[in-house]
Design a protein around this ligand. Structure first.
Ligand SMILES: NC(=O)c1ccc[n+]([C@@H]2O[C@H](COP(=O)([O-])OP(=O)(O)OC[C@H]3O[C@@H](n4cnc5c(N)ncnc54)[C@H](O)[C@@H]3O)[C@@H](O)[C@H]2O)c1
Length: 447
């Protein structure tokens, strides 16, 4: 199909764009979300709340069953919001891709992990694009939300969607819109985080922006999919490099016997030109440790070595070992070797107040301590179990473990923990997050 698709309606010819625009404005567009994880589920909820009929598609039958049972498995979306949307029929899920034929819009929210070699693993985006291509039809608006390297939408997704002869910007519409959700953030959630969107053609951008405006507070159109892809990578690379810088500061301060936390707090009093970042046990989650490597991979192709990214990646990757050195030294000062010691890890999620352990430094720290011969337990109010080298560890009751441990290591600074009791009952604490700010004790060792 090379010329603009024109559809006969009541004697007049309307373009696919005109029809889609009307359906979006009247909230009659049938909305699809492909990939119902931390990103896809909240997005589906926002469009159902805005009055659209929404279908979620996922390959995991267990997720689809939970979804259709009215149970939200994403902590930031509460069941009392989720269940009524499912019960009213506004929101449903399926594993059947053929539903795409009935949709007007589809957002792709599938994982974009790294391979062991730190190259992008595009297999999920490819599978999602193939599924859409198979059920492609005139008038469909496709948005890729998965974080990825610049060029993915036009080089990888677009050719697949054009396979059947449909023409972008005329017969169907394609955008990239980075997902910026911050799980556990009480102030900013899917609905009030400004949404950047860039299309392959101006018509794609216009329709993508119109679509998001129906459910989200602020929409920022940009000139192309590549700009939109790069926006997300700039944001996450900015964080990753600044965390790398402050982690290096922590290593320097350790050697110079300076309290890095006090330095940062004092520097943050400067009312301009400084933004505080904090050191920690290492990066975690599905974004900051991964996304910058999508950029460095792509920039190599363009002949540029992303040196900041590689260096920050190296420093951040060293942090779990630095924590182990701290634990070793603290135990040695108390005349105990790590081998045979009982060590309790407080918090395993990659950041505070969430249940996600993907890429969490806690996993590396536990693994390294076990290799050194320590007996390791953990407690986390959000995480019930973790797997270390194929072995399952269950979260334990906190205070008895704290009391029994030779050393407690605070890896995640969840709020709501009774830190006063932790300080009172432990023999030794290595605090990697400054969770014990304000507590004074010789038994506390800070990062
Ligand atoms: N989690 C975050 O905080 C966050 C924030 C911003 C951006 N992102 C990005 O958003 C994307 C999704 O991340 P997430 O955290 O939601 O991942 P997730 O693993 O929680 O969810 C992805 C879902 O996609 C499903 N899926 C995989 N392949 C599929 C296919 N071919 N068809 C249908 N469903 C499929 C999986 O079963 C899973 O339910 C990633 O690119 C990530 O980098 C994540």
């Amino acid at each position: 199909m090379t010329s603009e698709l024109l559809i006969q309606t009541s004697g007049q010819q309307s373009s696919a764009a005109d029809i889609l625009r009307e359906r979006i404005l009247q909230k009659k567009a049938r909305v699809g979300v492909l990939g119902l994880g931390y990103v896809g589920l909240p997005l589906a909820v926002e469009f159902a709340r805005a009055g659209f009929d929404v279908v979620g598609i996922d390959v995991q039958q267990s997720k689809v069953d939970q979804f259709n049972g009215g149970h939200s498995y994403v902590k930031d979306v509460k069941d009392d919001v989720f269940r009524p949307l499912v019960e009213s029929g506004k929101l449903r899920a399926t594993t059947d891709y053929s539903v795409i034929r009935e949709l007007d819009t589809i957002d792709i929210c599938v994982p974009t992990p790294l391979r062991k070699t730190k190259d992008p693993d595009m297999s999920y985006v490819v599978a999602a694009s193939d599924a859409i291509a198979e059920h492609m039809h005139p008038g469909l608006l496709v948005m890729l939300e998965s974080t990825t390297y610049p060029g993915t939408t036009d080089e990888l997704v677009l050719p697949k969607l054009e396979e059947r002869g449909f023409s972008v910007g005329k017969d169907f519409f394609l955008c990239f819109s980075p997902e910026r959700v911050d799980p556990g953030n009480p102030k900013y959630q899917t609905s009030n985080i400004p949404k950047v969107v860039g299309g392959i053609t101006p018509a794609c951008t216009e329709l993508g922006a119109l679509f998001y405006k129906q459910a989200l507070e602020t929409v920022i159109p940009v000139s192309s999919t590549r700009v939109a892809e790069m926006v997300k990578l700039l944001e996450n690379t900015f964080r990753m490099i600044n965390i790398g810088l402050v982690n290096e500061m922590a290593l320097m301060c350790e050697r110079m016997n300076i309290d890095v936390w006090e330095v940062i707090d004092a520097a943050a009093t400067k009312p301009f030109g400084f933004m505080p970042f904090y050191p920690g046990p290492g990066l975690g989650g599905h974004c900051i440790p991964i996304d910058p490597f999508y950029l460095s991979w792509k920039s190599k192709e363009a002949g540029i070595e992303a040196r900041f990214i590689e260096l920050a990646g190296y420093i951040n990757g060293r942090m779990p070992e630095f924590v182990i050195e701290k634990v070793q030294k603290a135990l040695n000062d108390a005349s105990k070797p790590v081998r045979g010691s009982r060590i309790h890890i407080l918090g395993t999620a990659y950041k505070r107040n969430i249940d996600d352990v993907r890429e969490s430094p806690a996993l590396d720290i536990i693994h390294l301590l076990q290799r050194l011969g320590a007996t390791v337990t953990f407690s986390d109010p959000f995480v019930h179990k973790i797997h270390i080298n194929g072995t399952e560890l269950q979260s334990q009751e906190m205070l008895p473990c704290v009391e029994a441990a030779d050393c407690v290591v605070i890896v995640t600074d969840h709020t709501g923990i009774d830190y006063a009791s932790v300080v009172e009952k432990s023999k030794l604490i290595v605090d990697t997050r400054n969770a014990l700010k304000g507590f004074r004790s010789e038994r506390i060792v800070r990062l």
